[in-house]
Design a protein around this ligand. Structure first.
Ligand code: ADP
Ligand code: MG
Length: 312
């Protein structure tokens, strides 16, 4: 297939809310009255962000999911996407599966793919997402105050454990449920939108709890105490010796980490129930800087090394 056949065949679909989509030199979108645009861009590189033998449908899902997660962490409603795709070859089977995985998730969230770029080279993809949020309502990292609850959605460490399963260092019969958590993260879009009115700050957990909580605390100029016994642990990790390490430092979970006033507990729980996601209170913020991990046996003296850093 030629580059233009490829774009037409695999990436051009009817749009829902776009003035001019794929096919011209640029797309045109009409800004809705009374909203601010939230924009984000994330790249996935083969062998770094997904295993070289990952299924292309999972890669398409994950490339969009990680970007939707960033918009969720801002409380924004996702609307448009642009895809810059670099491929070693125009493989029809691969492209059909990749675009199928991507569009299935795009359809779930009513996101229009409105443009992009296609080049030849080592497999990687960058997605740019545009979302909408009412002015002044975006959830940012810097809004937390001392004495607030720290919450997390879903479970922690499942993707890191899934990677261990994938690599064969943890048992079991395939298909293991933790693999799904690694390959098909579920972005918490409706939770993020619902939390706009109740959360004071939010971030999505892409690099691990300690790393991303550290970013939120630094932006808000606060410290925190986390109760390790309260961390939401995947059932499959009950009694596993590495469970705590994965929950604290494992990346790729794409859960939301947020703060809210204790007066908002009922509202947070109701919002999460409406979004169909569990949320767990894992600690609270303190005016004094520094992150303290409290275990049932006392404070954890050495913080585990925080999440992945591409240049470390
Ligand atoms: P130009 O050379 O003007 O940048 P391209 O030939 O790169 O245009 O792309 C043609 C059209 O296809 C443009 O509308 C572009 O946004 C779109 N496009 C290219 N690659 C992709 C892709 N992987 N996914 C979605 N749209 C794409
Ligand atoms: Mg181009």
């Amino acid at each position: 297939v030629s580059e233009f056949d490829l774009i037409a065949r695999y990436f051009t679909r009817p749009t829902r809310h776009t003035s001019l989509g794929i096919g011209d030199d640029a797309a045109l979108i009409r800004p809705a009255a009374g909203v601010v645009h939230a924009l984000t861009c994330d790249t996935l590189v083969a062998g770094v962000h997904f295993p070289l033998d990952a299924h292309p449908a999972d890669i398409g899902h994950k490339a969009l999911a990680v970007n939707l997660s960033d918009l969720a962490a801002m409380g924004a409603v996702p609307r448009w996407a642009l895809l810059a795709l670099t491929l070693p070859a125009a493989d029809d089977t691969w492209l059909a599966a990749f675009s199928g995985g991507l569009f299935a998730l795009a359809d779930t969230h009513r996101v229009d793919l409105i443009g992009g770029d296609t080049t030849r080279g080592p497999l990687s993809m960058s997605l740019t997402l545009i979302g909408e949020v009412p002015p002044g309502m975006a959830l940012t990292r810097n809004g937390a105050r001392a004495g607030q609850d720290i919450w997390v959605s879903g479970e922690l460490g499942a993707a890191a454990a899934g990677l261990a399963v994938h690599q064969g260092s943890v048992c079991c019969d395939a298909p293991h449920p933790l693999l799904e958590r690694l390959h098909r993260p579920q972005p918490r879009v409706s939770l993020g939108v619902g939390l706009r009115r109740f959360a004071s700050a939010a971030i999505d957990i892409s690099d691990g709890l300690i790393a991303d909580l550290g970013h939120l605390l630094a932006a808000s100029r606060l410290g925190a105490v986390i109760e390790t016994a309260s961390l939401p642990r995947p059932a499959a990790l009950t009694g596993h010796p590495r469970a705590l390490e994965w929950m604290l430092t494992g990346g790729d979970d794409y859960e939301l980490l947020f703060t809210a006033d204790p007066a908002q507990r009922a509202a947070v729980l109701a919002t999460a129930a409406q979004a169909g996601v569990a949320v767990t209170r894992i600690g609270d913020t303190r005016a004094e800087p520094g992150l303290h991990l409290q275990t049932p046996d006392g404070p954890l003296p050495d913080l585990p090394r925080p999440g992945y850093d591409h240049f470390r």
